[in-house]
Design a protein around this ligand. Structure first.
Ligand SMILES: *[C@@H]1O[C@H](CO)[C@@H](O)[C@H](O)[C@H]1NC(C)=O
Length: 316
């Protein structure tokens, strides 16, 4: 009896030692150079891929990782875009079917006014590229400030959607986050777009960078609010139990998901969260390298095993 108690005690002590506090935000940047607005993807072989806004590494830099810890030096994977000039913003890549990868990106329409941003489509047979852009832009909304920050979403049951931000703050207007069903090729638009959320006074004039996941009965719509070039930039989220909403922005203390100062981040935002085979949810986001603003570049950080349940998401 005494021996059994002793064994139970020892087992208890051992399991306490074996379970340190789980810290899931990367201890600093995993890509320590300019790599803003990362899109995150895991292909069917289990390799992780990240794609960023244009930088000195290329029009769309790509970095990959076998273990979600060590990432390769970014290289360009997008060829010249027929309809666009200048930088590409906030790419997101999805493996729609085996050997069919679709990139959603933001480009500036050649010859248009400065805020004439459109969502473009590029495709590749490999996540390593090269991706080739379609000959025309896919969604433009110049009248409301442009269409930017696209991301794909696969709902339970396999339905595909495209999300984006109406860039209203470029003309002093609101910034609705829109969603529209797409066809089996991952981009043909079906039906009509619906508005999921828009900016409220608490959002500092902007909501952007939407990224949707489904987990255990809940749709989580991650987004960034406030000006990306300040330490107020953050990662927040809204939830619904219906893909079409209504979405409720989660209030404090369960949101924002991540703000400046948490684990050394500065202006965290531009996040992409992905549900990996209903087993776990990982995220990539950017944080200011100079600790103050975007002028010194934005490095990629990660969160592994996002804690999710009952409409609450935590980098626990
Ligand atoms: C951005 O941060 C740098 C310091 O890293 C500072 O010199 C510069 O003034 C800041 N820019 C703005 C617009 O605040």
């Amino acid at each position: 009896m005494i021996l059994t108690s002793l064994i139970i005690l020892l087992l208890g002590a051992a399991s306490a030692i074996a379970s340190p506090i789980k810290r899931t935000i990367s201890n600093g940047p995993v890509i320590n150079r300019d790599f803003p607005d990362p899109g995150l993807m895991r292909d069917s072989s289990g390799t992780w891929y990240a794609y960023s806004t244009s930088s000195s590494s290329g029009l769309v830099p790509m970095s990959k990782s076998a273990d979600f810890v060590t990432w390769s030096t970014p290289v360009n994977i997008l060829s010249a875009i027929p309809w666009a000039d200048g930088s590409v913003w906030a790419p997101d890549v999805r493996e729609i079917t085996t050997g069919h990868y679709v990139m959603y990106f933001t480009g500036h329409r050649r010859g248009g006014p400065v805020n004439d941003h459109c969502i473009g489509i590029a495709t590749s047979v490999s996540p390593d590229g090269l991706f080739t852009a379609n000959s025309n832009p896919h969604i433009c909304d110049l009248a409301h400030g442009g269409a930017i920050d696209p991301s794909g979403f696969e709902g339970p049951g396999g339905a595909l959607f495209l999300l984006w931000k109406v860039d209203g703050n470029s003309i002093g207007q609101s910034t609705p986050i829109m969603m529209q069903p797409v066809g089996a090729n991952g981009f043909d638009l079906l039906g009509s777009p619906i508005q999921l959320i828009t900016n409220d006074p608490i959002d500092g004039g902007v909501v952007e960078a939407p990224s949707m996941i489904f987990w255990d009965g809940w749709f989580y719509l991650f987004f960034s609010s406030n000006n990306f070039n300040t330490l107020f930039y953050d990662i927040s989220y809204a939830v619904s139990q219906n893909v079409a909403g209504p979405f409720t922005k989660v209030p404090g203390p369960n949101a924002p998901f991540l703000t400046s100062g948490t684990r050394g981040t500065a202006g965290p935002g531009g996040a992409t969260a992905i549900n990996v085979l209903d087993q776990f949810v990982n995220m990539a986001f950017h944080s200011d390298i100079n600790g103050e603003n975007a002028s010194g570049g934005r490095a990629m950080w990660t969160v592994s095993n996002v804690c999710l349940g009952g409409g609450v998401a935590k980098a626990c």
